[in-house]
Ligand binder design. Structure first.
Ligand SMILES: Nc1ncnc2c1ncn2[C@@H]1O[C@H](COP(=O)(O)OP(=O)(O)OP(=O)(O)O)[C@@H](O)[C@H]1O
Length: 295
């Protein structure tokens, strides 16, 4: 199966500072990929490299098997909705749709009209006069009506109210199923990502700390709670992701393929949010720094 996005030792530097370092990932097509990480981790940088708006400093990236932005045909296959939902302030909603139709060979006018009606956007309204959430909906409509094979969205739901967020995420799920769309979306709202993503990437300090299919990640990560113990005394097949201690108790998040038999531990499953937070903490001391990349 073609990869939606493939990066090999990809890096981007601004001056002396690396915004993204040594990023190697291979995301199969047909997934909804959640991209999470703290502020400044490099998420927008990765998305802009994928959208062809930035050029790599090191390494390489392909999107749907081609170099991002290499040809008009490649650009037509990828929809990109940026964080700041750039629209033309002086153009009306209807003019944005006409522009979309002119610029995009696979433009789906019916889908665009349907979404505009659904979200109560007045076609005569200028984009500059829309609320932040309405602008986001218009930008997302332009991205979806382009009928891309891959939709890249940076914080698409940040400015939407809870109902609009739910509608957007539902619309996305439907588009994935109906149009065999792949999606990469970054968000700080892991609870939203949990509803739609089946693939997750965690970026921390410009590096990929974890990437893989959500069901596999949830099945192989566990929280262990029990009497205080040094993490170096855990079995070698238990990769320590995060560690916390009180005077008497230790809590570890570990990744392992094997069953955990040690009776000292209370073993519990993690929510996706717990998993993300565990990877966003500093790497566990004294242990192999955990970088998990699964296909
Ligand atoms: N145009 C730029 N010039 C210089 N540094 C930049 C530029 N864009 C981003 N950076 C830096 O690169 C790093 C990664 O930024 P990026 O915007 O990719 O992070 P992010 O994970 O998307 O953050 P956020 O969640 O806050 O949106 C940050 O340290 C940021 O300051």
């Amino acid at each position: 199966m073609t990869s939606a996005l493939q990066a090999q030792a990809l890096g981007k530097r601004y001056g002396k500072r690396w915004a993204l370092s040594d990023c190697t990932i291979d995301i199969p097509a047909g997934h909804v990929v959640g991209l999470v990480g703290p502020n400044g981790a490099g998420k927008t940088t990765l998305l802009k490299l994928a959208g062809g708006q930035l050029q790599p400093t090191t390494g390489g990236i392909t999107v749907l098997g081609e170099r991002p932005g290499s040809t008009p045909a490649q650009l037509a296959r990828v929809g990109f909705v940026a964080q700041d939902t750039p629209l033309y302030a002086a153009l009306t909603v209807a003019e944005h749709l006409r522009l979309g139709a002119r610029l995009n060979p696979r433009w789906d006018a019916a889908l665009a009209r349907e979404r505009i009606t659904q979200f109560g956007l007045d076609p005569a309204h200028r984009a500059g006069k829309l609320s932040g959430g309405q602008r986001a909906q218009l930008a997302l409509t332009l991205g979806l009506a382009k009928r891309p094979e891959l939709l890249i969205t940076d914080e698409p739901v940040a400015s939407l109210d809870p109902l609009a967020r739910r509608d957007f995420l539902q619309g996305l799920t439907e588009a994935v199923i109906t149009h065999e769309l792949s999606v990469v979306l970054s968000s700080h709202l892991v609870s939203d990502l949990e509803k739609v993503s089946n693939y997750l990437i965690v970026l921390v300090d410009s590096r990929v700390r974890m990437a893989g299919k959500v069901d596999r990640l949830l099945a192989t990560h566990h929280r262990l709670t029990g009497p205080r113990r040094d993490p170096v005394r855990l079995p070698a097949d238990q990769r320590v992701i995060s560690v916390s201690h009180t005077d008497r108790q230790s809590t570890f998040v570990v990744r392992t393929e094997a069953p955990i038999h040690d009776p000292a531990w209370t073993v519990s499953r993690l929510s996706l949010e717990d998993l993300v937070l565990a990877y966003m903490e500093k790497p566990a001391e004294n242990r192999r720094a955990a970088v998990e990349v699964q296909r």
